[in-house]
Write a protein of this length. Sequence first.
Length: 110
Amino acid sequence: MLRYCRTNRNNIAAVVLWAINRFSRNQRDFLNVCEELRQIDIRLLSVTEKFDSETPEGRLQQSMVSMFAQFDNEKRSERTKIGMRMAMESGKWCHKPPLGFTTDPSVAGG
């Protein structure tokens, strides 16, 4: 996307995204993209969030939303790992078995 934007910057006014948390789950990546777009005079607009990336207040809001997106992603990952660990400790298989194997104990050799 960034390469396309750099190449066609004279024909692009804005990149429109649904929501910051759907665009990036890492604040540093999000801020880097924002800066690259700003340097080539392309605005970043969100369909579901109202902010003005041209003002200090708008950039603060973008940063806060991206920070919460990263936090939410990290917490979800943490909960998933804990859940998988608990399941494995109770004897459940949490991953797809390799091709040719099964976790079904009723299948011979399973």
